[in-house]
Write a protein that binds this ligand. Structure first.
Ligand SMILES: *Cc1c(COP(=O)(O)O)cnc(C)c1O
Length: 401
């Protein structure tokens, strides 16, 4: 964890708003996964849609972690960062077949999520390229419906109730199914959700003689609120191991487990540093208006997500109640009636858990610049993305009049 002083120094040196990522914390999270799952043959692929800066991809890959991608451009970024194709997984959803072909050309692992694309894949590649299928397990899990992806009405994956159609397509084209994949959602702490997932897959494995890998997706929850509990990875691993050994591995065949953690690896390593533009008192509430908004961090507005906020530059003052709002012409509230050390104009605030789905979901709404990104590695703060400039707003605009 970075200290308040370290964060303040970064704000002074690089200006605000700025995203800061602590490499040490990413490593600590990865090691918790590795040691928690030490008793199983498990590999991890960082779901990089959470944070795609190429320096982060390179660093996480250097730890021994693979990279999971949700678009062909993420695949290209990972390759660009120097990740080798066998350590890249492309778990697609609703994409064009052209992207799948490009992924195959690049030699990365692919999980296909529709019968239609699987059929096209079979016609083109037959058994020549071992592939995975993403199934929809009909499990309702995740912090809220917006981040729940495996339930009965979800667009994700091939519904397990269409198994017969799936097997027909595989048989017709002699497709080599190497991986079965499910991803039930995000913010999951309950080991039983993962056990439930394995149970659904256990009933299916007999239909897939070439199967080598069971991919359980991502979704491990991290603490957001100060009293949130951390996900007990070792407990999840133990529950899965017990289940697998008594229900699946006892038939003489074992499978490699894959996971695709996004948030777990990078949420807590990240901070969004921002400065207070204006204080406003409307009688009932005191607003702290900060120099960022839903254009930089949309999770509080889109998911009602809690993000802890700390006043770095007045850390010893008395605590008072504030509503922290952004500078965008929309209601972009980061926190309502939150206790913070007395906030003054010019103070620097840190918004916590900003590593995952923070910068990644940022935009230029209100023609604002996207913030800079800084990575702290071995005690040194390095700029890993420049703040936008005015030219960036004009880039790709065509002066046609
Ligand atoms: C988003 C996503 C993940 C990562 O989810 P987290 O909640 O960030 O761990 C993993 N796998 C797939 C297929 C995803 O779409």
């Amino acid at each position: 964890m970075l200290s308040k002083d370290q964060l303040l120094q970064i704000a002074e040196r690089f200006g605000t708003p700025v995203y800061v990522y602590d490499a040490e914390k990413m490593k600590e999270q990865y090691q918790k996964l590795k040691s928690g799952f030490a008793g199983l043959d498990a590999s991890f692929f960082f779901a990089c849609k959470a944070l795609t800066n190429i320096n982060v991809l390179k660093y996480i890959s250097s730890l021994g972690c693979g990279i999971d991608c949700s678009s062909i451009n993420e695949v290209k970024l990972a390759l660009h960062a120097g990740v080798s194709p066998e350590n890249i997984l492309y778990t697609s959803n609703g994409i064009s077949f052209e992207e799948i072909q490009e992924a195959v050309k690049n030699g990365v692992h692919v999980n296909i999520d529709s019968l239609s694309n699987l059929e096209k894949f079979g016609k083109k590649f037959g058994s020549s390229y071992p592939v995975g299928v993403r199934l929809r397990p009909n499990i309702l899990a995740g912090g809220n419906l917006k981040i729940s992806t495996g339930h009965e009405k979800s667009k994700f994956g091939i519904p397990v109730d269409q198994l017969d159609n799936l097997l027909d397509v595989i048989k017709q084209h002699n497709i080599h199914i190497k991986t079965l994949h499910i991803h039930t959602g995000s913010d999951i702490k309950d080991a039983e959700v993962f056990v439930h997932g394995i149970k659904v897959l256990t009933e299916l494995v007999a239909h897939f003689p070439d199967l080598e890998v069971i991919d359980l997706g991502g979704g491990f929850k991290v603490p957001y609120e100060p009293d949130d509990e951390e996900t007990d990875i070792a407990h999840i691993a133990q529950r899965l191991k017990t289940y697998l050994e008594s229900h699946l591995f006892n038939k003489g065949k074992t499978y490699t487990l894959w996971f695709e953690p996004g948030k777990y690896l990078v949420s807590e390593c990240g901070y969004l540093l921002t400065q207070v533009n204006v204080m406003k008192d409307n009688g009932a509430q005191t607003f702290a208006g900060i120099n960022t908004g839903l254009n930089h961090l949309i999770r509080p507005m889109m998911y009602d997500a809690y993000h802890h906020i700390v006043n770095l530059s007045n850390a010893h003052a008395e605590e008072k109640v504030y509503t922290v709002t952004g500078y965008i012409c929309e209601t972009d509230t980061f926190a309502t009636d939150r206790l913070l050390h007395e906030v003054r104009e010019g103070d620097v605030l840190a918004i916590y858990n900003a590593g995952a789905y923070g910068f990644e979901m940022s935009s230029n709404y209100n023609s604002r610049y996207k913030p800079a990104e800084v990575l702290v590695l071995d005690g040194e703060a390095k700029l890993i993305r420049k703040r936008d400039e005015f030219e960036d707003l004009l880039r790709n605009q065509v002066k046609a009049l």
